[in-house]
Design a protein around this ligand. Structure first.
Ligand SMILES: [Zn+2]
Length: 429
């Protein structure tokens, strides 16, 4: 009860429009697709008109291609606008930023794989809309935000920051690990027994589940209603350990700082519903392109997020009754390449290799590929099952055509507890 009160007070101060927007999202949760599309179109018109008036960069762009916000009749009309990427957000940063004087802005920064930090400001509605979308997802699982929760994130927190973070955690009824060692993980697991949900890097949740399953005093007394993995690939094999440890499977949330929450996994399982009230999602050459309809202060329009995705087709209907469009799968990051002796291959090839193995043998393997030299890749596999060597090699040859020599090692510890687990690391370039 106390935590609920603290949460409300904190929220009202930080995000005054959150509660109202959250209530709206609960209402629109079961709208028909037609109604959602109509709403999306109206919202898009207002948004694009505002952008035209307040962002120098977009005003020039709209004029160049003859795009008029008032004249759009369906969201497909935005396809005349060019697709932008992070480099453009970095390069044109100031010209993109809106000149409107917002009452409240939140400073944001994200660092990409290239190391450059993108900085921008988010208006209050953007922040609140993002949170409301997340909370609607919680609601699907019967989770209330103020309930006790465990949290895994990076722990590069310096001493001064530690107290601040701990205090903010207290306000959010949240606990985390500040460093990794076995004893601290045991304490974390103990606290987890009284928590309603757990979230964070999926690989860390997986490692925790493994630990739980190894504890001698294992008793299935967790009361978790939701285990949510973010920011990383969720391997199919994670699910078995997590199910065994906590009695439920890990679900996923998809989004980014630039786009806000894009989609949230349906309780009916397997796929994610797009938050159509907040974003327009397109699939262009297999890649996700997103427009954030709340991003008034720093417009994110037809933005290439850098992931390969698979959208469900228009006839897809979910058992849950929601008609929001569906993302079936996120296949992997765009851009990173395996360098063979002769040719280059997108790292996405690994997705297909391991997917095929899972389909034909029903064994799912966790892997990490590391390239240090051209034509050579170390493939580290967590499971210790060298009997699958032949099948794995056969699949690899299918996609990499013997242009890459793979050194396959079994029974490896992939996780270092240092942060994100990356499935492909290239030390070239
Ligand atoms: Zn559904």
């Amino acid at each position: 009860m106390l935590h609920r009160l603290i949460y409300y007070l904190g929220m009202l101060k930080r995000n005054p429009s959150l509660l109202e927007y959250y209530n709206f999202l609960k209402e629109s949760d079961f709208w028909s697709l037609e109604k959602l599309q109509k709403y999306q179109l109206e919202k898009a018109k207002v948004f694009f008109q505002f952008v035209y008036e307040h962002s120098v960069f977009y005003r020039e762009l709209f004029d160049q291609v003859g795009f008029n916000a008032q004249k759009i009749t369906c969201v497909d009309d935005i396809k005349v606008l060019p697709i932008i990427d992070k480099n453009i957000l970095l390069r044109e940063n100031e010209r993109i930023q809106s000149d409107y004087r917002f009452k409240k802005l939140f400073f944001s920064e994200t660092s990409g794989t290239t190391g450059q930090v993108l900085k921008f400001y988010r208006n209050e509605e953007w922040e609140s809309g993002h949170r409301a979308a997340m909370f609607r997802g919680y609601h699907w699982y019967g989770v209330k935000v103020w309930e006790k929760n465990g949290y895994f994130w990076g722990y590069n927190i310096d001493k001064k920051q530690k107290y601040k973070v701990a205090f903010l955690d207290f306000l959010q009824n949240r606990f985390r690990m500040f460093s990794y060692d076995k004893e601290e993980l045991k304490r974390f697991i103990k606290r987890l027994r009284r928590a309603a949900y757990l979230e964070g890097y999926s690989s860390m949740i997986y490692e925790t589940a493994k630990m739980v399953n190894q504890l001698p005093e294992r008793k299935n007394d967790f009361k978790l209603k939701m285990v949510k993995g973010t920011s990383e690939k969720i391997y199919e094999s994670y699910q078995e350990e997590i199910q065994k440890a906590f009695g439920l499977k890990m679900i996923s949330e998809y989004g980014s700082t630039e786009s806000g929450i894009i989609a949230y996994e349906c309780p009916e399982g397997g796929h994610m519903h797009i938050c159509m009230e907040n974003v327009i999602v397109e699939e262009v050459n297999g890649e996700i392109v997103v427009t954030n309809l709340l991003s008034y202060s720093f417009p994110i329009i037809r933005y290439k997020l850098g992931d390969y995705v698979k959208l469900a087709d228009k006839t897809f209907r979910c058992k849950c009754g929601r008609e929001h469009s569906v993302i079936l799968d996120i296949l992997g990051r765009v851009g990173k390449c395996v360098k063979g002796y002769v040719q280059q291959y997108p790292s996405l090839m690994f997705y297909y290799v391991f997917k095929n193995i899972a389909l034909t043998t029903s064994i799912s393997l966790n892997y990490q590929a590391i390239q240090k030299e051209i034509g050579k890749v170390d493939l580290r596999i967590e499971q210790n099952q060298p009997e699958y060597q032949y099948i794995l090699q056969r699949e690899l040859d299918k996609y990499f055509k013997k242009d890459v020599d793979f050194k396959i090692v079994w029974g490896q510890t992939l996780h270092t507890w240092n942060g994100k687990l990356r499935d492909f690391i290239s030390e070239l370039d």
